[in-house]
Design a protein around this ligand. Structure first.
Ligand code: NIG
Ligand code: FE
Length: 419
């Protein structure tokens, strides 16, 4: 049995208590449940008590000599950050395309000319399982150093069964071997392979009749995602793919309205997706439909930044009642970063979200976007002992003082893993 941990005297302990069943919306996103001089007792990997230091001291005084004490005086303590949308498992990088885009080429032009997602697919197809594992493991180390304790990870750089399987198996092995929890999503519908350009129906048939059933049978993914975008998968094709996944128990997710408006947000509400992600070009009607159905809007401002596009209207979505979460979208083409704290800063400055909303969006709402709201995302008794300590006195400073990694200590399952 592992030693108990007592994190003591945080200047601000952000608990976010009380939203394990549903994500937070509107004004609730600003209620962080902050305890000043707050402490947490974790044992057997699980949070046992949360409160004022003086209260916990009374409760546990007789056991102080047997625990690891972490002094959080003058620091901010939050639930471990959660990244609910990454393309973690890939090979290579695409700085050449970055350079082309800086000279005026667009993301879709590069993709349609056989680069973009296709370029990473070729690299990922050619990589061995071991190479993919090593590169992705190092990425997870970097996530952890930025305070992230859970990430979602999509396949989608295969476009044929062997490579999709390889990516999902690597994700599984990462989950087993890295302290970060890796939550897997099947995204076979990331692009239409060149050889099926004239016959996308055949590729969709393979996805829905062969790959999705196999993924489900092997238990290799919890979610099924599709790139619903003009020139990639139409809303009708996306609906078919998501419904096929649903039939096999895979929960729908969707890359929606990223480059052009395409009624992706509306589709997410219609199929009851757990989240719709990107939403740069989402319509007001779509946002309202998402709010009504409780579809989490996973916003990825790093992608708008990196593609030099107009940012999603985070402010409007929060005001309309969409439960908003934030993510890096970590991938080699549209957002090569693991810095969730940088994303948090962008959300404030470029999407009109407040620092408090941003904390909610990277903890409890991010947990709900990956169906983990009852396990992680807040500091309350019975939840996993996943905690990040930042070297700032309050939550606003975390986002104000930007481009700096303020992560001081990370506790995962009740163990100090970064210090
Ligand atoms: O979320 N839009 C589709 N997929 C990724 C980018 C993937 C890539 O360019 O390699 C995204 O932006
Ligand atoms: Fe993505």
């Amino acid at each position: 049995m592992s030693k108990a941990i007592f994190i003591r005297n945080a200047s601000q302990l952000v608990t976010l208590q009380g939203s394990s069943n549903t994500p937070r919306v509107k004004g609730e996103m600003s209620e962080l449940g902050i305890i000043e001089d707050g402490s947490v007792w974790i044992e057997d990997g699980v949070i046992q008590a949360v409160g004022k230091d003086e209260e916990l001291l009374v409760k546990y005084e007789s056991r102080l000599s047997e625990v690891e004490v972490v002094d959080a005086r003058g620091k901010l303590v939050t639930p471990g950050l959660i990244d609910p949308h990454t393309h973690l498992v890939f090979a290579g990088s695409r700085e050449n395309e970055f350079n082309m885009r800086l000279q005026g080429a667009t993301y879709m032009e590069i993709m349609n000319a056989g680069g973009g997602i296709h370029a990473t697919t070729r690299r990922t197809q050619a990589a061995t399982h071991e190479e993919l594992f090593q590169q992705s493991f190092e990425r997870l180390n970097q996530f952890l150093r930025h305070g992230v304790t859970t990430v979602e990870a999509k396949s989608g750089y295969g476009m044929e069964w062997e490579t999709e399987l390889k990516q999902l198996e690597v994700a599984k092995q990462l989950n087993e071997n890295h302290v970060i929890d890796v939550v897997p999503t099947f995204m076979g519908a990331h692009a239409v392979p060149k050889e099926y350009k004239e016959n996308p129906d055949e590729f969709i048939r393979q996805l829905t009749e062969e790959m999705i059933p196999k993924v489900a049978e092997l238990g290799l993914a919890e979610f099924n995602d599709v790139f619903c975008e003009h020139g990639v998968f139409t809303p009708e094709q996306s609906r078919m793919i998501l419904e096929a996944g649903r039939k096999y128990g895979l929960i729908p997710k969707i890359h929606a309205d990223e480059i052009e408006p395409y009624e992706g947000a509306e589709l997410a509400a219609e199929v009851g997706a757990i989240s719709a992600d990107h939403l740069l070009k989402a319509s007001e009607k779509g946002m309202k439909a998402m709010a009504e159905k409780g579809v989490v809007g996973v916003l990825l401002p790093g992608t708008a930044y990196f593609l030099m596009a107009e940012f999603a209207n985070g402010r409007k979505m929060v005001d309309l009642g969409v439960p908003v979460a934030l993510s890096t979208d970590c991938n080699p083409g549209s957002s090569p970063t693991v810095s969730l704290p940088f994303i948090m800063n962008l959300a404030c400055l470029r999407m009109g979200m407040t620092p408090a909303e941003v904390i909610t969006a990277t903890t409890i709402n991010a947990a709900h976007a990956i169906n983990r709201g009852s396990e992680i995302g807040s500091l309350e008794v019975g939840k996993k002992g996943d905690i990040t300590i930042f070297n700032v006195e309050n939550y606003m400073k975390l986002q104000y003082s930007y481009g700096i990694n303020h992560t001081d200590t990370v506790v995962k399952n009740g163990q100090v893993v970064v210090r």
